[in-house]
Write a new protein. Sequence first.
Lengths: 323, 379
Amino acid sequence: MRFLLTTEQRAFADSLDAMLTAADTPSVVRDWSRGDQATGRALWRRIAQAGVFALAAPEAYEGVGPLPVELAVAFTELGRHAVPGPLVETVTATVLLTGLDDPGPAKRRVPALVTGESTATVARAGSYALDGDTATTRLSLTADGALRLAPGHGPVRRSLDPARRLTLLLPGGELLAASSCFAHALLWARLATAAQALGVGLALLDRTVAYVRQRTQFGVPTGSFQAVKHRLADAKVALEFARPLVLGAAVTLDPGDVAAAKVTACEAAYATARTALQLHGAIGYTAEYDLSLWLTKARALRTAWGTPGECREVVLSGGGRRS
Amino acid sequence: MDLTLSRADEAFRAEARAWLDAHVPAEPLPSLETEEGFAAHRAWEAELAADRWSVVSWPEEYGGRGADIVRWLVFEEEYYAAGAPGRVGQNGISLLAPTLFTHGTREQRARALPPMATGRTVWAQAWSEPEAGSDLASLTSRAVRADGGWLLSGLKTWSSRAAFADRAFGLFRSEPNTPKPHQGLIYLMFDLRAPGVTVRPIGRLDGKPAFAELFLDEVFVPDEDVVGEPGQGWHIAMSATADERGLTLRSPGRFLAAADRLAALWRERGRDPLARDRVADALIGARAYQLFTYAAASRSAEGERLGPESSLNKVFWSEYDIAVQETALDLLGEEGELAGTDWSESYVFSLAGPIYAGTNEIQRDIIAERLLGLPKGRR
């Protein structure tokens, strides 16, 4: 039993953090939100070069995976920097495709996902696909479990998170497999979303702590007021107890653990967003101020790939647990 | 990242489980906070100790098994899953003993630890005073130098278990007029039946005498019962409270068992959909606390100290515990208000959690100032 990241895993997180910090992700998010994806795609390729999309793909498909712990580590950093695009969906598509009995569809599409040359989105019938208008590969899952290459997409709906564009996928299209193991891919989708939300929450906390240290009212930093401190302390508690759930879920990939991580990380991030908004005051309520990029993402991730209620249902269906 | 236990740890788990299956009383013991219950729990400590299960993490020479922290966690999981009784010796075992291991003398350990392990000596705490609660360093009870020891005078209060305990440990002012209040304090152990000690039990919320006031009038304490250097008491005590808030006061096993019982109650009572989220959150919180503790234990095994991070722990478990008990009482419907049930006993006990061992307001100040780096300000 050693429930700690290795030195290599920490170094991987640090190198992603440094790369994303240097990349000025807020301006990339702004471009992406306006529909200009050039900077976002360039960043995407660098993330791929760092090895992030290889983590979900086995070696037979040019990957290094499956490495769910490293994936959770990476997605925490992607969330910390509010990286836009169908990140979770590309991982989910990779897991879906590489899990098919027939290796053909994965051989044709996964290597390009690993290198970052292409992106993927995936949606169940009737559900929205993130960036369904621009993703290179659009996978749709029908109610009977068949996996198809969607022939196109419906109208684009804007998300509360301006970096997220949602579309329904058109029915029909090339049949890739009559059945697929969506339940397994969903675990990866939820794990990646949970890790991303954790990163979003950590960034919101960091930015808010920095803000209340320098924002002065009544002649002192607002961060010296106990009413302010205690809200931030509660955010810290919530995030620090979400973190081991996310890492634990990556270790076990148990559906109950993954669902617990998803609901807890998303609720911690969302609670931190509420605190961040309140403690910034009016400036935090503006679209122009970069905090908004994380505030709105925290809301969107809460319901992506499983609402809090759905995740709690999974936890309960697993029943009580001995270690 | 590895959550699997070694074969030896699993064997330890099996051994603990087998012993508990054979020994845990079929009927719950009477409440720990009554005279009869206290005696029954003391006898249970002796039964545990007879087979070296009362203090598994201590060295063998003092009655333990030299278990590392992972095995201690395993033992606690099995202990509470088996529905075993609350631990009357907990104050001593989780607060005084770590202090003696760090700051005590060999002679003090040899004298204090074996009877602590068997429950023959049960320890109470003597920290708070009527005017020194969260601001503990402002305490005014005195220790005055005497021939071969110290004379204690003053009033201690909220002393858990003191109504029926044998001895107490705590902080006293040995040097008046120091520049800072946390200087000039002495940490010592004393007999609750010594001349000059008057114990006045205090009824907690449900009336049970769970704690007491200690009136001290020139109580003689020999030098051999001073822990560490006189004047260094604050430092010595704080190293103990860090441990208290850290890993040893509330093991995950306790909450894993409570969450499982809550989930079972919810199923028995028809899976009330209105309580569904709270029951799920109880299961999730127990798992979060378990994994958080595994992470802390792993860091501790590599020589890291927990430090102010233990304040995260304290806030989490104390509020989690209340939420679990409240949910159970709500599920019980009109039976929820009945006194003397296991759930209501746990509920009343849980309500004190955010208050003792450093109030949660103090913990949040520590988190904000020492973990987040926010400026000190008016409290």
